[in-house]
Design a protein around this ligand. Structure first.
Ligand code: ZN
Length: 124
């Protein structure tokens, strides 16, 4: 996958003055902090997507959570959007975990398997 920096290559020059990243103090155009955090998160995954239903502290049917999808944030967002549409419901992404409102475990398992993911129904 081309990094954002590569995608912007040719458009952004080091002479350009802009904000600097508070973590690495490099110009934001050259900062790779988000990318590195993202890679660290992905490196910890075992390639298995775990589907859970969580009801505690939630109204109605709770949410179905998809944990461990091995995708970078932008692609995860696209996938979550497709899955929400497929389930006809809303949802969110929290720290790499996709939350889909309602109980859609079987449907989501099928959708992810169709896309080539290894899926486990966990808990609940
Ligand atoms: Zn940085």
């Amino acid at each position: 996958m081309a990094s954002l920096k590569d995608q912007l290559g040719g458009l952004v020059y080091s002479t350009e003055k802009g904000d600097t990243c508070p973590a690495c103090r490099r110009p934001l155009a050259e900062c790779e902090c988000n990318e590195q955090a993202e890679q660290a998160r992905l490196a910890e995954l075992d390639g298995i997507v775990r589907i859970r239903r969580e009801t505690s502290g939630r109204k109605g049917k709770g949410v179905t959570t998809l944990e461990g999808i091995p995708l970078p944030a932008a692609e995860l967002k696209t996938l979550a959007k497709e899955l929400k549409k497929r389930c006809g419901t809303g949802g969110a992404i929290k720290e790499g975990v996709v939350e889909i409102q309602g109980d859609h475990r079987e449907l989501l398992k099928g959708e992810l398997e169709k896309r080539g993911y290894r899926v486990k129904l966990a808990g609940g």
